[in-house]
Design a binder for this molecule. Structure first.
Ligand code: CA
Length: 227
């Protein structure tokens, strides 16, 4: 059974979620950020449902700290805010999906399933060649032994590409699998992030396949790459 942590300060919502979800999950609960963060680090739940407006710590900060500590929980943000800027912020901080209140339990359950399915798909945990060394679980990346700074979204994007190395992945697939959205953000966002990744990694790794998408190719062993 999967472990699920609910961090939510509104008693009625918390109770409703707990009632429904404890049929399928081992449920932990917290009504403030501090307890939520402690439980996340101690229990390493598979999935966290995270409210943004909490009495003490901002949900975005919790999301960031969970990721920084290397906890591999998937995170679905639950909030009354429905502004695009908040959605993007949550995803940039490493959340897997976002659902705005009021939501139906059916929809939430479908989102949970989708997030867990993505988690189960076997994503690689690291990548290493002569130039690059990337630890996707600890969010650390090195080029020629020097640390390079990737955003959480760039780590996720790269992890997906590396997990499917040698294969073309479409922008739509990347949006669904990395961003977790079907409509937001636009495919141009994918291109922007790919460009940024290419700048950081060097041009050898991520290839554009016109009209189809992108492909990650590991560095050939005799290639010293584009330094
Ligand atoms: Ca709240």
């Amino acid at each position: 059974m999967y472990k699920l942590l609910i961090i939510e300060d509104e008693p009625a919502i918390l109770l409703g979620l707990k009632d429904e979800l404890s049929k399928d999950f081992i449920v932990f609960e917290a009504t403030n950020g501090k307890t939520g963060l402690e439980l996340a680090l101690r229990q390493e739940p598979h999935l966290i449902l995270l409210d943004i407006i909490l009495p003490d710590i901002d949900g975005f900060k919790i999301c960031q700290q969970i990721k920084e500590k290397g906890v591999d929980s998937s995170i679905i943000i639950l909030t009354a805010r429905n502004q695009i800027v908040d959605k993007v912020k949550g995803l940039e901080l490493g959340a897997d999906d976002y659902i705005t209140k009021p939501f139906s339990l059916e929809e939430l359950k479908a989102r949970i399933k989708a997030v867990l399915r993505r988690k189960e798909a076997s994503w690689v945990e690291s990548y290493k060649d002569k130039l690059l060394e990337i630890d996707f679980k600890r969010y650390k990346a090195f080029k020629k032994n020097k640390p390079i700074k990737l955003s959480l979204l760039e780590f996720k994007l790269l992890r997906f590409l590396v997990s499917h190395k040698g294969k073309v992945v479409s922008r739509k697939e990347l949006l669904e699998q990395v961003w977790g959205y079907h409509t937001l953000p636009s495919t141009r966002t994918v291109d922007t992030h790919i460009l940024s990744l290419r700048k950081k990694l060097g041009k050898n790794y991520i290839f554009t396949i016109h009209g189809l998408g992108y492909r990650f190719e590991p560095l050939p062993s005799n290639d010293l790459g584009d330094l």
